[in-house]
Design a binder for this molecule. Sequence first.
Ligand code: 13P
Length: 348
Amino acid sequence: MANYQWKHAEELQQTAQSMVAHHKGILAADESNNTATKRLQEVGIESSEESRRKYRQLLFTAPDIENYISGVILYDETIRQSDDNGKPFPELLKSRGIIPGIKVDTGAKPLAGSPDEKVTEGLDGLRERLAEYYNMGARFSKWRAVITVGEGMPTQQCMEANAHALARYSALCQENGLVPIVEPEVLINGSHDIDTCEEITEENLRTVFNELYRHNVMLEGTVLKTSMVISGLDAKNRAGIEEVADRSVQTLERVVPPALGGVVFLSGGQGDVEATQHLDVMNKKYKNRVPWRLTFSYARALQNPALGTWGSDMANTEEAQKAFAFRAKLNSLASEGEYSEDMESKAA
Ligand code: 13P
């Protein structure tokens, strides 16, 4: 907007640029307690405030990750926790040159009027919560909307309600000096083909960017976290790596303004290696053509091997840390198009 004055324009732009710095991406470690419990239980670990703290500590103290990870998205419980020496996690991350971020939505709830779809909540009291998180050291935040693909879905109503909330969240973040990560995820669940995913992703992104514009959100101080354009998990003939890379980038090119601070991808249920391959091919083919960095902000695709290792032997934090740093390194290379599959067999 021509006459709108952004209060923290310079700081926001700098934070956004640091989040997508070369060779770096973002670790999503913002699983809610429910999700964290599910993930820990899957590998046989009992979930408690203490086991969640130990697990996050393992990730945040892994050797060398500051070379691959620009920022970490935390959950409300985690941002208030400390390492074994009593150093608060946000401080620990900052001392390693890693920017602390915070998930601020309060979850996706059934959308009244279309209960098979979801709308993400969390706007009430958000201004005050953001001010508190900023004081605790957070410099960016995340809000995730989910778009379900199915018979008659998504509805316009669902896309609009979620885009509206994302825009209001983003404007509030920027007012308080935090870069919003805008995450309108098109879910991979279902038997839909890649054409359907492409069509829905494009329309959904258009809806989101229209709302960001209406709410005076500064794109230079905003990071988009998107799902890839990909076949549904149960689709008959799933598209290959090249096709996913091509369609993902081409869809972004049609919709996303060049002014945007950067683009990061979620892994969304893809395999660990597959998520790295997709990112790598996008950058090999398009990094010199697109106006934004294309990098990662994975949770599962970064954490799965580490979590599995820790689950089989909780005493062996070193091996688990190595497994995490290894995936972070390979994704760092992929974010520059410098990865190759034979690296998978080499030790960290
Ligand atoms: P996944 O990479 O596991 O999809 O998680 C990313 C994320 O932060 C979802 O909000």
